[in-house]
Design a protein around this ligand. Structure first.
Ligand SMILES: [Zn+2]
Ligand SMILES: [Zn+2]
Length: 179
């Protein structure tokens, strides 16, 4: 098994605190597996700063599987689609119309206000910069990194709605090394 496959298996098996206690020793002296758990946690939407790779194994596991657990618990998250003034470029952003608009369509910056996309449940509130672009099943996905707490969050590029994301800005991102 590759480290990534092992990380997926670990996170899929880590349901309870007891599971985490039992599974955590697998991360001891396994930096590649730690990195894989960290990356897989991010992929699943967990709030993991860069230094989380060095966290105690139980904490890393708990947080890495945490948000998917929270997302499951919140079976019907309320996605709030609202307009806002962009804290980075200052422009007034209209609501999307179909789904929650959580980043500026022009500069692609966002605020760290969501735990589950659209729920406005995070208390951080700092600006988030777009740092990379990824294709997921052919669909473009932005990676945001929080200036305040370092969390990384992935959000879909919005190609429809009142003001679609600026495609030139999206494409420029894809050429950058990705923070
Ligand atoms: Zn903006
Ligand atoms: Zn933050």
């Amino acid at each position: 098994m590759t480290p990534r496959e092992r990380a997926v298996a670990l996170l899929d098996a880590a349901h309870t605190r007891r599971d985490i206690r039992r599974l955590a020793p697998a991360l001891d002296d396994e930096p590649a597996l730690r990195r894989a758990v960290w990356a897989e946690g991010l992929r699943r939407g967990a709030e993991l700063p860069d230094e989380a790779v060095g966290w105690p194994a139980r904490r890393l596991l708990r947080v890495a599987r945490g948000r998917s657990g929270a997302a499951r618990a919140r079976s019907n998250p309320i996605a709030i689609d609202e307009g806002f003034r962009c804290g980075a470029c200052g422009r007034q952003v209209p609501p999307h119309g179909r789904t929650a608009r959580n980043h500026c369509p022009w500069c692609l910056c966002s605020l760290h206000v969501d735990v589950v996309p659209g729920d406005r449940a995070s208390t951080c509130g700092a600006l988030m910069d777009p740092v990379a672009l990824e294709l997921v099943g052919g669909a473009p996905v932005l990676h945001h990194r929080c200036r305040g707490c370092g969390a990384r969050v992935r959000v879909r590029v919005l190609t429809d709605g009142a003001v679609p994301d600026d495609w030139d800005t999206v494409i420029r991102l894809s050429a950058e090394p990705g923070g």
